[in-house]
Design a protein around this ligand. Structure first.
Ligand code: ADP
Ligand code: MG
Length: 439
């Protein structure tokens, strides 16, 4: 088998054999020798191209048996669900070894985790918050960490983990290997790399923010929440290829109201996940969707990063993501491991500026489709939409030179052509989008 080109050991080769993997993906092939050499590394590759094994294979290859108590490898990720997923991946690769690993994340009993850490562990996979809490108890000691992996770091910043991330980085021993993996990069991450990494090698399989060719992207222009609901219901009802559908919504509140609405029409098909739900509810929703017992998962960006859910056929952006990075990660939940996938984005008038930013980053327009005949365009605005509309009317009326523009639906022709604007406009737009987030 062509994993031969990597200098693996018998235990790893047998595990890969069991999984039926035939050859390393490009990022796995490129990262392996660099990580083995001990250098710091940044790995950029598209979503779903095997970044987890890109760091796990050399780390596990390197890890010698030891009965020491304190962990030697630390893998930090932004969400609890991702901790559990990565631990499962380690499990798959360590069938033929006696490596000790542990999942550390919030919403679980700290006393149990303390006991497990105390028993001794080689690899810790953690969210930043619980990691800091546990090390403050003195039971978890990070002084023997030789390798650090930060996976999906940009979501840590957006989830407000900045402080915790910097705090544990400060508490790690100086002599260590730093590894970072993502499909996208931003300036904040570059700053962390500049401060904490030592002469890192940057491996870019594709330029940052490149979506997978396999993912078919389309968008609809839809005026408001209720019409978006009508369109979503129409697609779910009329298109049987929407088999396993991940629907992203901008906020927890919107996710809940969308879930309540969809449940009326599809009572047995829909589950929801966001960070206000209990850990058990989060795990259950994800499990039922993953296993295919539920057709639709309504979610916030909490599941947008890193999660590898089997065979998601469609990602639907019920709300257009505010940053192009979020878009790339959201749509990357489909089309994974060389499978096909469709990403559908609903865009209202206010969200068109996000569309421009997304298309600018991808250097590609999202093909546009007209609303299907059967979709009722609703005039009823939600409580959240009403005040915004009133503000807008007031603003427009306040302007002396106000001339009523074409109605939103009349812009369709124009919107088919994507005008990416001047470079300075694009920059302005990017700056604007970065400064505020909804989730
Ligand atoms: P990324 O982190 O790049 O988004 P993941 O590491 O989650 O991607 O991997 C995506 C999927 O591809 C997973 O289901 C994983 O098990 C599978 N995979 C990883 N490496 C290989 C390989 N060499 N051959 C086939 N499938 C693989
Ligand atoms: Mg990943």
């Amino acid at each position: 088998m062509s994993f031969d080109k990597l200098n693996l050991n018998k235990a790893l080769i047998s595990s890969l054999d069991d999984l039926g993997y035939i050859e390393p993906t490009p990022i796995q092939e490129k990262a392996f020798p660099i990580i083995m050499s001990g250098k710091d590394m940044i790995g950029i590759a598209q979503t779903g191209t095997g970044k987890t094994f890109a760091y796990l294979l050399p780390i596990l290859r390197n890890l010698k048996f030891s009965d020491q108590k304190h962990p030697r490898v630390l893998i930090v990720v932004p969400t609890r669900e991702l901790v559990l997923q990565i631990v499962k991946e380690i499990e798959k690769l360590s069938t033929y070894t006696s490596i000790r690993f542990l999942a550390i994340y919030g919403g679980t009993n700290m006393a149990t985790q303390k006991q497990l850490v105390y028993n001794g562990v080689d690899i810790i996979v953690a969210t930043p918050g619980r990691l800091v809490d546990l090390s403050l108890t003195g039971i978890l000691r990070l002084k023997d960490i030789k390798q650090l992996v930060i996976d999906e770091v940009d979501q840590m910043f957006s989830l407000g983990f900045r402080q915790q991330l910097l705090s544990f980085l400060e508490s790690l021993p100086n002599k260590r290997q730093n590894l970072m993996f993502s499909a996208t990069m931003n300036e904040e991450i570059e700053a962390v790399i500049a401060k904490y990494f030592y002469q890192p090698l940057k491996i870019e399989v594709t330029p940052h923010g490149t979506p997978l060719e396999k993912i078919i992207q389309v968008c609809y222009h839809v005026p408001n929440f209720n019409t978006k609901v009508n369109l979503l219901e129409y697609l779910l009802k009329n298109d049987e290829s929407l088999n396993k559908v991940l629907v992203f919504s901008a906020t927890k509140k919107l996710a809940d109201s969308l879930f309540d609405t969809l449940k009326l029409r599809f009572p047995d098909d829909v589950v929801v996940i966001h960070s206000n739900l209990s850990q058990t509810a989060r795990i259950n929703s994800l499990k039922q969707f993953h296993e295919g017992t539920k057709r639709v998962l309504v979610a916030t960006d909490i599941v947008a990063r890193g999660l590898d859910i089997t065979d998601v056929t469609h990602v639907i952006n019920f709300d257009t993501p505010e940053t192009p990075e979020d878009y790339i990660h959201r749509i990357g939940r489909t089309g994974r491991a060389n499978k096909d996938g469709v990403a559908i984005t609903f865009i209202n008038e206010a969200e068109q500026e996000y569309q421009v930013a997304i298309e600018t980053m991808m250097n590609k327009a999202i093909p546009y489709e007209s609303l299907p005949e059967g979709v009722v365009v609703s005039k009823v605005l939600t409580d959240d939409e009403l005040p915004k509309m009133i503000d807008k009317i007031k603003q427009k009326k306040g302007k002396d030179n106000y001339v009523p523009g074409p109605a939103f639906h009349e812009k369709k022709e124009k919107n088919k052509k994507v005008n990416l604007g001047s470079a300075s406009q694009k920059e302005k737009l990017k700056g604007k989008i970065r400064t505020y987030r909804r989730n």
